[in-house]
Ligand binder design. Sequence first.
Ligand code: GLN
Ligand code: ZN
Length: 761
Amino acid sequence: MTVSVATLGFPRIGLRRELKFALESYWAGKSTLSELQISAAGLRALNWTRQKALGADILPSNDFSLYDHVLDTSAMIGAVPARFDWDSDTVDSDLYFAMARGAQGPSACGHSHDTTAQEMTKWFDTNYHFMVPELTAGQTFRIASTKIFDEFEEAKALGYTTRPVLLGPVSYLMLAKGKAVEPLALLPQLLDTYAEILARLAKAGAEWVQIDEPCLVLDLTTEQRTAFERAYARLATRGPKLMLTTYFGGLGDNLDLVADLPVHGLHLDLVRAPEQLEPAVAKLQPHVLLSLGVIDGRNIWRSNLPDLYWRLKELAGKRDLILAPSCSLLHTPVDLALETGLDPEIAQWLSFAVQKIEELAALAKALNEGEDASFAAFSASRIAAVARQTSAKIHNAEVASRLAALDERATHRTSSFAARREVQQARLALPAYPTTTIGSFPQTPEVRKARSAHIKGEIDDAAYEQYLRVETRAAVKWQEEIGLDVLVHGEFERNDMVQYFGEQLAGFAFTRAGWVQSYGSRCVRPPILYGDVSRPYPMTVDWWRYAQEQTDKPMKGMLTGPVTILNWSFVRDDQPRETSCRQIALAIRDEVQDLEAAGAAIIQIDEAALREGLPLRRSEWQHYLDWAVESFRITSSGVRDDTQIHTHMCYSEFNDIIRAIGAMDADVISIETARSQMELLDAFASYAYPNEIGPGVYDIHSPRIPAVREMTDLLTLAGKHVPPQQIWVNPDCGLKTRKWDDVRPALVAMVAAAQAMRTKV
Ligand code: GLN
Ligand code: ZN
């Protein structure tokens, strides 16, 4: 019996984000397409060589992408929305990038590209965004991009016979948006094209293809199950062998379905769902090659190799196995070796993409040749695991006892919303349709320059602080001048809404180069939450105080909520997420109370990522929402009745979570609505949401300056869904990505819109 190692996919962006820079230079017209292609080919070659050298036996191809693998799939099968006026046989790079990013005016290729990009949304429960396929009635498919074949050949020329990665047809359709068509109804046509692609890969010499069907870990309807049966009855009987690859959860009630599919191999995510191994082994035919996702592809923790060895030893004696990360390594940073600034004790607990392949290789070697064959790797792994379990850096008894002591009172405000509202109104004396913004003002090139000069030590703390004060003061004065009612300090001192807090809290570490692709060329460096969280000192009070001193209008205290901090970080795997979340909540609660003590009458706690933390299976939603809401309430319940708590959520789908939003009991919630014509207020209306709401009246994602009339129309519309006395007036989200030249006239118009509304009440 043999155990081999596969990787399922490697980070595309490059060790030093080379792809990002190559793309952005090409988009800016500073380099040519062939220069971009040369960089991309260089990265692919490097990735293959590297993975091979690290001990991977099975190398992926077509895991690379210039933008997104779902977009690649759309290009591969010629699913190009009509608005792109596509009239050729192939999707060229102009069209590809237009689908990704939108385009204006005729371009070199002669197409007219005055068109909006495809929609983008989160890839399952990750922070990676994919381009949503758009399909229409009468949709046809044909091979319109040879990328998957080209990359297979490219690897072959370098001496590697790869296992191409293909997004499965059913998941592709389930992720698509259909216009006048139910995407799954297009399955028969799509299967024709997939069959052709597989046949061509087989002809090129591909023995196996990794076919990703992550939708198999979701709740499925009968129709969706049938689609899987049809698809694999058709695709698995001819052509290359198929490694059906599932991840981000367990198969659960879909196991029977999967066990009956005529595929040649199955990959299981044993990090998210270790319990599925036993039933899967019992159900699967003996000839089905099992690929076990035993190393976490979604997180950065080093594994305990001896533990894994003992878990797998018996099975490895009975059947051939492939060991792999739980999912593609796309979601982890590339190489820990770049992290020279990390505390060495913490660094010892970590493993990035490169290290994860080494771990898999050591594990496979031990399973093939006996435990001693990986003696050194195993001892180091065991030592690190024990060190992490017992480290004083992780455990803080005080945090544990505070959490244990939390009772009902800690999660409930003293009085009901109605009673709070009365005293808040008396204290704040705001007009009807009060105006405010979500928090940030433009992070101009100057602001960024000052920040990076400060980081590099080119300007000292005092000079940087002085610069920020000038910016803040100017922003406050300007808000006062244009007549906003509730002001913000502008968040100029913040690099990012999570990082800023993480850097000041105990229990978080930050990487130098731990970049993970978010979308296209955009990467993020998620904080690493490694230990019990506490707040050594107030984080935002000084800036709030400075800003409040500049004005008599109320100045909002501005915080990021615990659920958002959690969801945008790499989190601990040695305790439940909910425990980590409650710890963060306690730290933010301290900050809320300090802001109140300093005199803040309004404190906003942003929960931008609450909804996206919803588990993939519906049966797990309630539990998540319960602890997420409780965490928010821990932060917000320690204040007096006359302190007004705001929250902000930037999305527009509330139906699933409206009860939870109600249970958060924030005095005011601001949400994103401008693009949806206030329709989403339906959810609030049918739930009879009692607290106040600021439905965003203009879309901050666009530089367009909204007319007063548009905003009064939206506010009038909003008043049909919720009582006008409950309505606040604000933009959809923070303004940090905008220019002052857009922000100024837009907010002046927004204030005018509120004033116009007031004359009607
Ligand atoms: N206060 C933050 C800002 O204005 C909120 C951003 C967000 O929720 N995405 O930037
Ligand atoms: Zn927002």
